[in-house]
Design a protein around this ligand. Structure first.
Ligand SMILES: Nc1ncnc2c1ncn2[C@@H]1O[C@H](COP(=O)(O)OP(=O)(O)OP(=O)(O)O)[C@@H](O)[C@H]1O
Ligand SMILES: [Mg+2]
Ligand SMILES: [Zn+2]
Length: 605
């Protein structure tokens, strides 16, 4: 029998920690007892030790290896190399290794304390029968929220992990930082855990001060960011924005004041990203401005401020990112600067088919943002923990101000709505005079070919938008003749003229406007290079990305990804590396090279 004391020895000797943290001890005990378990600890809470420590203890007692299912190759490699540095025999098996490397790992399996594998690998029957011929002690499923459709990183192959119990007969410990009850339930059922022990650490971080500020737009938020940065002394700050564009703009602005600012997003070259991260880690840069692409596995002690200049997508994501502050236990601030436009930004990022988790996560975040009671209690409650008011957050410390700002924001939303409604009503009331109708007819008369109602309306209003000028409308002698009429009114009036027969409708699929009885002169069709604009915007953006990468690497475009893969990406709109990894054709190598770039394209299109 391996005891908790043996595990404590391992913790001290092999990992250099003098005692278990809250939650770890219970988790280790459950694993040693051979029980199934779910372990819920916040980001950075020390989940790895919960399975690594017992794995080493069991291995030393001759009980075999612990199988670890992990979602990302980069994470597996990080953990394996950290273990090896401590002299612990560990290895990973994944598809970006050569066959020789994989064979070497397989033949040395009996010498391993820990073997990391992807869920895809475990789905391979031959691999499982290979495993069943070896001595296996336990199984761990790290980042287990990937199992759940309710988790923000849902991934299909994770659904088959019940084989750990059914075929391999192993006790399974599942670990996650995502704690909604749906996710936990889903994990238990999908893995078919048998009467699992549930271990939960505390999400409370008494050194963090949470606050939310509601602002009108980006300019105000940039100014506020500058002020807040002045308060961090010699510590570090991580600034998150939702889009690359915002990251670049803000970084540029901040760099005019201090050179110790780095920026990081998926659209930058590998080299630039690595440098940004290295500068931040070495302290050469004190501030990093980044999209969510940054941060997986960052573990810097003296981050004094985690500032969001645009909101993240879900409350879970917020908790995770904010949790990167104050890991050294010293006071740190987590400030979220929200502006009403963020809602639209995230609707765009989520795309047309968001997962239930994304939808719920956003709702929870919106509740957090507009809350007037203790922020920390709210976060804790979201993670199933009851906590009294913290006394530090903005709502606790200056409740009246928070109430005021929420009321002001609510009022602004209401006013905007009323304003829109009134404008609509006015627009609906506008009708064209006889002369104005004549101008519409003159405009259409001067067209070379029939055009859509909106294009005609825009042309009459004098628009110089590309979609309009491309059709030659800017050269129409009556371009801009009805500048003063709102577009909506014009569209409505033109439709009325159509229904009254003053104008004629041409075409079925895309109805266009023409003069009744007038013959359409066949347009001279000069052979021109066909524009690629028939693609939907997302496909067009992915194609541009592919061309750019192909050029950079001197590859053929299909080597970056095939049309089929591109279609699947455009349809599925994966929102994380993990989801992207489950798209057919996106193997780990491609994920590593292009994954973040693709997510960037998705986030911005
Ligand atoms: N008992 C302990 N005493 C002191 N430090 C510890 C202890 N356990 C873990 N740590 C440290 O805590 C940090 C975070 O650990 P770990 O990476 O396991 O967190 P995690 O819960 O897996 O976080 P994430 O959700 O980001 O994956 C590491 O630097 C680790 O060395
Ligand atoms: Mg972890
Ligand atoms: Zn509070």
């Amino acid at each position: 029998m391996v005891s908790l004391d043996d595990a404590r020895d391992v913790l001290a000797e092999a990992f250099g920690h003098s005692e278990f943290r809250r939650g770890q001890e219970a988790a280790v005990q459950a694993v040693l007892d051979g029980r199934d378990a779910t372990v819920l600890l916040p980001t950075g809470g020390g989940k790895s030790a919960c399975f690594q420590v017992p794995a080493v203890a069991l291995f030393r007692a001759g009980q075999g290896l612990t199988l670890v299912v992990s979602p990302l190759i980069a994470l597996m490699e990080d953990q394996v190399s950290a273990l090896r540095e401590r002299g612990i025999p560990a290895a990973a098996l994944h598809s970006s290794m050569s066959w020789d490397e994989q064979r070497a790992v397989l033949s040395g399996a009996d010498e391993l304390a820990l073997l990391y594998v992807s869920p895809e690998r475990l789905a391979v029957k031959r691999f499982r029968s290979f495993l069943s011929r070896h001595r296996l002690a336990r199984a761990a499923v790290d980042d287990a929220h990937c199992v759940s459709e309710w988790g923000h990183d849902f991934r299909k192959p994770y659904r088959q992990l019940a084989v750990l119990k059914h075929e391999l007969g192993l006790p399974v410990v599942a670990l996650t930082a995502t704690a909604t009850p749906e996710v936990l339930d889903d994990i238990r059922t999908s893995l078919d855990l048998d009467d699992p022990v549930h271990v939960q650490g505390s999400f409370l971080r008494p050194n963090l001060t949470l606050s939310v500020e509601l602002h009108k737009g980006d300019k105000a938020r940039t100014e506020r960011a500058k002020q807040l940065l002045e308060g961090i002394g010699e510590g570090r700050a991580v600034i998150y924005a939702a889009t690359r564009k915002r990251v670049t703009a803000l970084a540029k602005d901040l760099k005019t004041r201090s050179r110790r600012v780095a920026h990081y997003h998926a659209g930058r070259t590998d080299g630039a990203r690595a440098k940004a991260q290295a500068d931040f880690e070495s302290g050469k840069a004190r501030v990093i401005v980044a999209t969510t692409a940054f941060g997986m596995g960052i573990d810097q002690p003296d981050v004094r401020l985690v500032l969001h200049v645009q909101s993240p997508g879900t409350l879970e994501a917020y908790a995770q990112q904010a949790g990167r502050a104050g890991r050294d236990g010293q006071p740190a601030r987590c400030v979220l600067l929200y502006s009403a436009g963020d809602k639209r930004t995230h609707e765009r990022i989520r795309g047309s088919r968001p997962t239930p988790g994304q939808v719920q996560g956003w709702k929870a975040l919106a509740d957090y943002i507009y809350a007037t009671d203790c922020r920390e209690s709210r976060l804790a409650a979201h993670f199933g923990e009851q906590a009294p008011p913290c006394g530090r957050c903005d709502a606790c410390a200056s409740g009246d101000q928070v109430v005021d700002q929420v009321q002001a924001a609510r009022k602004a939303v209401r006013e905007k709505r009323t304003e829109t409604r009134e404008r609509r009503q006015e627009e609906d009331a506008v009708s064209l005079t006889a002369e104005q109708e004549q101008l519409v007819l003159d405009f259409v008369e001067a067209l070379k070919k029939p055009l859509g109602v909106t294009t005609v309306a825009k042309g009459l209003r004098g628009s110089r938008a590309k979609a309009v000028t491309r059709k030659g409308v800017a050269r129409n002698p009556h371009h801009g003749a009805l500048k003063a009429i709102p577009e909506r009114s014009l569209v409505r009036e033109i439709s009325r003229m159509l229904s009254e027969g003053k104008l004629a409708k041409r075409g079925r699929k895309y109805p266009t406007v023409w003069i009744p009885e007038k013959r359409v002169r066949p347009v001279r069709t000069t052979p021109r290079v066909r524009r690629a604009s028939s693609d939907p915007p997302l496909v067009a953006a992915l194609k541009r990305f592919r061309t750019r990468e192909a050029r950079r690497l001197r590859w053929k475009p299909y080597q970056v990804f095939t049309n089929e893969t591109m279609g699947l990406i455009a349809d599925g709109r994966p929102s994380s590396l993990v989801e992207l990894e489950s798209v057919k054709g996106m193997g780990p190598k491609r994920i590593r090279r292009f994954g973040e770039g693709i997510l960037g394209v998705l986030a911005e299109t």
